[in-house]
Design a protein around this ligand. Structure first.
Ligand code: G1P
Ligand code: ZN
Length: 543
């Protein structure tokens, strides 16, 4: 066995963002491609002797091959130890948890989140730092610089590691420890939530359905819900991670998780439903015949947080992305704690969490999390809800109705116009920006515009400024329309229109969402000229 230098070409990959490098599997299969990125990560980190690396992925196609390659490169780079999930599996939140618990220098996550998997699908790689969160831009930029000038990578030619066999194996001078992917994560969850109360809930006949979407969270949900908490076998559906996610789109929303929505529509079916995405960091919560918006979920969790043991001392603050509804702001105000409004993207929560300014954070895009790790966390949100249901004895729908009665209801919906012409999308936004100054004070339908701007964020911790983060038109009653272009789409551009209507009066809390928002939908079209610019008369996805 020896360590070899292999020559390689620099690749002109696009800059990896904080969500890492995502490409087609076939791109990652090119000789030297993955190696190039990994060597660039290691070159950026410098001397790693004595350090621990965490490694795992969401099980999609190419996961095992990539895990072997990275292990052999880590051995050539002087790591003392790599903690790798059995079978190469670790959810994104579990990687964050394991890094923090074992004081690792960092971790590598192999995932393209909710992007399609399989041989024709996507693959991805991301580096997380010692706090358990995605590497900041300074690090990803350095990785990019190395990757475009690299000439060689170092790799061991030792035989493959048996990824199924739990425990220690030796690779050159390095120890590879194959760990149970669920154990550390499950232990953390037991510190945060009242497992005793949830166990009694299930023992009393309570039924739920968790849709693993054939992605990584299936084994976690089975071990925790059916194993530790005693939910009946079969509670977790689509539980087995498949390399192509069974051909489905593992991104939880009512459209993609239609099977779960169908089950939850049954009057005699389970009381509680949930789903997670490809790498286990997103969550969707469903009641019986009731779909909960992620914005409301964040607000309800915040209002009841002290019922969960991990949050019994209260919250330092809440953070939400700008397009997320303002429901959480009202809770923060009632609790007398700050509520931070950040640009879209989980990375903006990192500084606030590290500085202890916030405990809970969330995005409208089915992402919720807390200071327990530095990624959003799908199953964590599900357990938080179970904790509330167990302690209050109330179903989701009742908790939410009571919440609205107390704080008012923020009707909320996102309309996506996918794969539109990129130039037209830019022009739509540019023409909106020009209109902004004239909108303040104007009557639009029954609404009066309070202010309209292009969201600009100054980080309260490091004072960095992020401008042009989305156009918002805010009405005097707190209703809002937000326009922004997706930063994660792969085909053309995606325009996201976020619609929010605030309604204080409980007599109006039972409208259908799209009907409640009809006037704002019309205003959005009139102000932005969506159909003129995009040629689309309706959105491609409504959530
Ligand atoms: C989307 C979501 C955003 C989330 C991101 C990564 O980004 O809207 O909230 O942080 O995926 O999961 P977008 O495509 O809108 O830029
Ligand atoms: Zn994800």
């Amino acid at each position: 066995m020896s360590i070899q230098n292999q020559s390689t070409q620099p690749f002109s990959g696009q800059r990896p963002g904080t969500s890492g490098l995502r490409k087609k599997v076939t791109v990652f299969q090119q000789p030297g491609y993955l190696e190039n990125f990994v060597q660039s990560v290691f070159d950026t980190l410098g001397d790693c002797s004595g350090q621990t690396l965490v490694l795992g992925g969401d099980g999609r196609y190419h996961n095992r091959v990539a895990v072997q390659t990275i292990l052999h490169m880590a051995a050539a780079h002087g790591y003392a130890r790599v903690l790798v999930g059995q079978g190469g599996i670790l959810s994104t939140p579990a990687v964050s948890c394991v890094i923090r618990k074992h004081a690792a220098l960092g971790g590598i996550v192999l995932s393209a989140s909710h992007n399609p998997g399989g041989i024709d699908g996507d693959f991805g790689i991301k580096y997380n730092i010692a706090n358990g969160g995605p590497a900041p831009e300074s690090v990803t930029e350095a990785i990019f610089q190395f990757s475009s000038s690299i000439a060689a990578y170092r790799i061991s030619d030792a035989p493959e590691i048996d990824l199924q066999r739990l425990g220690r194996q030796q690779l050159e001078q390095m120890v590879v420890e194959v760990i149970d992917p669920v154990a550390d994560y499950a232990e953390l969850m037991q510190q945060l939530f009242d497992f005793e109360a949830i166990r009694s809930l299930f023992a009393g006949g309570f039924r739920m359905c968790f849709d693993g979407m054939h992605a990584v969270s299936g084994p976690y949900a089975q071990a925790i819900l059916e194993g530790l908490l005693g939910a009946p076998a079969g509670t977790v559906i689509n539980a087995q991670p498949l390399e192509d996610f069974g051909g489905h789109h593992p991104d939880p929303n009512p459209v993609n998780a239609a099977q779960l929505i169908g089950i939850m529509a049954n009057q005699d079916g389970p009381e509680f439903g949930a789903a997670s995405d490809g790498d286990g960091d997103r969550n969707m919560i469903v009641g019986r015949r009731f779909e909960l918006t992620p914005s409301d979920s964040l607000a309800v969790l915040a209002a009841h947080a002290t019922l969960a043991p991990g949050y019994r001392h209260g919250l330092a603050g809440i953070a939400r992305s700008m397009p997320t509804s303002c429901a959480a702001d009202r809770v923060a105000a009632a609790l007398g704690i700050p509520c931070y409004e950040t640009p879209t993207g989980w990375k903006f929560f990192g500084n606030l969490l590290d500085a202890g300014k916030v405990t809970l954070c969330g995005e409208e895009s089915y992402g919720t999390g807390s200071s327990h790790i530095r990624e959003k966390d799908g199953l964590w949100a599900v357990l938080f809800w179970l904790n509330l249901l167990a302690v209050t004895g109330k179903p989701v729908q009742q908790l939410v109705a009571e919440h609205w009665a107390r704080f008012g209801r923020n009707y909320y919906s996102r309309h996506d116009y996918e794969a539109i012409d990129a130039a037209a999308a830019e022009e739509l936004m540019a023409s909106l920006r020009i209109k902004l100054p004239s909108l303040a004070g104007q009557n639009l339908g029954n609404y009066v515009v309070d202010y309209a701007d292009d969201f600009c964020y100054t980080d309260p911790v490091d004072a960095s400024v992020s401008s042009k983060q989305g156009i918002r038109i805010v009405m005097t009653d707190g209703s809002r329309i937000v326009f922004r272009l997706s930063g994660t789409g792969t085909e053309g551009a995606t325009l996201r229109v976020y619609l929010e209507r605030y309604e204080a009066d409980p007599a109006y809390h039972h409208l259908l969402t799209q009907q409640a928002l009809a006037a704002l939908i019309l205003i959005a079209e009139q102000v932005a000229g969506i159909s003129d610019w995009t040629g689309r008369v309706r959105p491609s996805v409504i959530t």
